[in-house]
Design a protein around this ligand. Structure first.
Ligand code: ADP
Length: 356
């Protein structure tokens, strides 16, 4: 069992920089939580506070109900996997994986069993006698994970573990981490700036900006119902398009945009009649149509999809992800309909969800 509870946690560094503000999260046993956000938003600081590598300025950290806010890192029963694998170059893979157990003076027979079991899980059995330099980046990252697994910690902490790998290996290693999580059923906290990693790995995502949690939810919740413009723009690739529009009767109007609202959408926007709002449209929520006309600036064929970039009235930009292979010419007029809309309050930038 390993349940973590982060309660009203702040981090104020010695130079008075506040990196984390009132962080609250209950992590269930066996859950994989991904902290995601742009560089500098406080993800690593949060992870390092959980690990015990940074003091917690205010608030409490509980592991299985026990307050460990003041517990030293080495007594927290957590293992951290870093971006730099930090393997010992002169030791074999076996020795690297066994190192922490050897330090603890565990029984060599027990160490042997644990290292072999971890190597088996990670597909490293045939690599155990090699030195780190003989392994690929992806294999080295697996050794780093193996070092954590042999310790059988209550909580695994990952700090951007895939950042040093090239795109292909990143994808493969990401899938390995997911399998590892399924296999170990361990509680994991994973930090990344990459929204794809967050969407593909997480049971729940914590999206952060400037030290503040913006939203906690499943990948689908963050994708489908983002709390505010920040989350809407950060989750999803290519990012959501945003437009300044006015609610006029049963329509949204703005720079060349004239979009009819369904009854349900009108109900959601009931309090915004005659007011300006921000309309959000995911690129994949455009289809070819007539509601919104733009001049094409680029056509990118991705195989299954085509990204069409355009500029509308008032220099409004559009990125549309259309199904199939399209051949729009630069300068040509393209028309789109919008199949799914997101509405945001212009002042607060919060999602408008009506009374729901
Ligand atoms: P992220 O992991 O999201 O990139 P960090 O947690 O590393 O962000 O940093 C959050 C903020 O805290 C940043 O503004 C960063 O400059 C600041 N910060 C990080 N470490 C320190 C430190 N040791 N001393 C002072 N400020 C720091």
């Amino acid at each position: 069992m390993a349940e973590l509870s982060l309660q009203h946690i702040d981090k104020i560094y010695d130079n008075n920089v506040q990196a984390v503000f009132d962080f609250n999260l209950d992590v269930k046993d066996g859950e994989l939580i991904v902290l995601v956000g742009p560089s500098g938003c406080g993800k690593s600081t949060t992870l390092r506070m959980v690990a015990g590598l940074e003091d917690i300025s205010n608030g409490h950290l509980l592991l299985d109900g026990k307050d460990i806010t003041q517990t030293p890192a080495k007594d927290r029963d957590m293992a951290m996997v870093f971006q730099s694998y930090a393997l010992y170059g002169h030791m074999t893979i076996y020795e690297n994986m066994a190192f922490s157990l050897t330090l603890r003076k565990e029984d060599p027979n027990v160490i042997h069993k644990k290292v072999l079991a971890a190597a088996e899980i990670l597909g490293l059995t045939s690599q155990l006698n090699k030195k780190p330099a003989q392994l690929s980046g992806g294999q080295r990252q697996r050794v780093a994970m193996g070092r954590s697994i042999v310790r059988n910690p209550k909580v695994f902490l990952f700090d951007e573990p895939l950042s040093n790998l090239d795109a292909k290996l990143r994808g493969a290693t990401r899938r390995e981490i997911l399998l590892l999580h399924k296999r170990l059923q361990a509680t994991m906290l994973y930090v990344t700036h990459d929204q794809t990693e967050a969407l593909t790995l997480a049971d729940r995502i914590v999206c952060m900006s400037m030290g503040h949690v913006q939203q906690v939810g499943t990948p689908l919740e963050l994708y489908d119902s983002p709390n505010n413009v920040f989350v809407a723009s950060f989750i999803g690739l290519p990012p959501m398009n945003f437009y300044d529009v006015k609610v006029v009767g049963k329509e949204l109007q703005g720079n060349g945009l004239k979009v009819a609202l369904s009854d349900e959408e009108q109900a959601v926007l009931a309090g915004y009649q005659g007011k300006e709002i921000t309309l959000g449209v995911r690129p994949e929520n455009f289809t070819e149509g007539t509601e919104f006309k733009v001049t094409v600036t680029n056509n990118e064929n991705l195989g299954m999809n085509t990204l069409v970039y355009g500029t509308g009235e008032g220099n409004v930009k559009v990125t549309a992800k259309l199904k199939g292979w399209k051949n729009y010419k630069v300068g040509e007029t393209a028309g789109f309909n919008i199949v799914r809309k997101h509405f945001f309050d212009k002042e607060t930038t919060n999602a408008i969800r009506g009374d729901k």
